[in-house]
Structures are given as structure tokens and as C-alpha cells.
Design a protein around this ligand. Structure first.
Ligand SMILES: [Zn+2]
Length: 150
């Protein structure tokens, strides 16, 4: 039987207890992408056979199934589309509302999803120029990179 630490209410019964979990996660074939974010590099992929250039890192081409090789994505691009998020996970709870963007890079065939940090409250528009910024304290997740208005 679980131990509870505190009864919050009795009708209906609401209790509170500590919940800790150590989560072990392997990035497997995507590991290099996350390691390189700490070096200030966003890796994409290019298909060895059909030369499709992916803005999202992947080991195999989704069109022809061939292996890809790594490419460095540009650190500047433009907003292809965006949305404003009014609910957030733990990492952004203090930044709500925040803006998610799909970044379009020159000579890259697919888009890169990231977050726009817009402290100067510039008007966000499709086609707006943005530049990548990397967190100083790497956490090995997709939030290690975000974008600023260029
Ligand atoms: Zn291909």
C-alpha cells in the first residue's frame, strides 16, 4: 500500500504524495543531434541517394529509404509558420504564452520546429528572419536551441 503524505480534502478525498522518478532515455540514432546542439550546431540530414535535405535530423530517408549523411543547418532562417501556446510543460510554464515556429532554411527541403523568444515583442509574421541561439547550460533536449528575431 502507498503511503500518502497529506490529505488535501476529504469529500471528495484528495491526497498528496511525493512522486519521484528517474527516467532513463536513449536517444539512440538521434544522439549526435543533441550532442551537437551543445557545440552550437544544428544537424540536419541529406539522403545519399535522392539528395533530399532534411531540417529534422534522421538516419534514413522517408522517401526512398536510403541512408542519410549529416549536414549542418544554417543558423539563420525565416518563419514558415507559427502558433501561440497558452499552455506549457514545466520548462516553459513561466513563459506562457510562448511562440512555436517552423523555421525554413535556405537550401533545406523540410522545416525545423523550435521556439521563438521574442523579448522585444516584435510582431511575429510568416517570412520573419530568425537566428538560432543556444542555451549555455545544455540539457540534451530540443530546448537547447531556440530562435530570436534576426
Ligand atoms: Zn532519399
Amino acid at each position: 500500500m502507498e503511503k500518502y503524505s497529506k490529505v488535501m480534502k476529504t469529500d471528495p478525498l484528495v491526497i498528496e504524495w511525493d512522486y519521484n522518478l528517474n527516467y532513463i532515455h536513449s536517444y539512440a540514432q538521434d544522439s549526435k543531434f543533441f550532442v551537437y546542439l551543445g557545440r552550437g550546431i544544428i544537424l540536419g540530414s541529406e539522403c545519399k541517394k535522392c539528395n533530399y535535405r532534411y531540417g529534422t535530423y534522421r538516419k534514413y530517408c522517408m522517401f526512398c529509404g536510403s541512408e542519410t549523411y549529416d549536414i549542418e543547418l544554417p543558423l539563420e532562417g525565416k518563419i514558415h509558420s507559427f502558433t501561440t501556446c497558452y499552455y506549457a510543460g514545466e520548462d516553459f510554464i513561466n513563459e506562457v504564452p510562448y511562440t512555436l515556429i517552423l523555421v525554413e532554411f535556405k537550401n533545406i527541403n523540410s522545416l525545423f520546429m523550435s521556439r521563438l523568444v521574442n523579448k522585444e515583442n516584435k510582431r511575429v509574421e510568416i517570412g520573419m528572419e530568425v537566428k538560432a541561439k543556444f542555451k549555455k547550460l545544455q540539457k540534451f533536449n530540443v530546448n537547447d536551441v531556440y530562435f530570436l528575431p534576426a
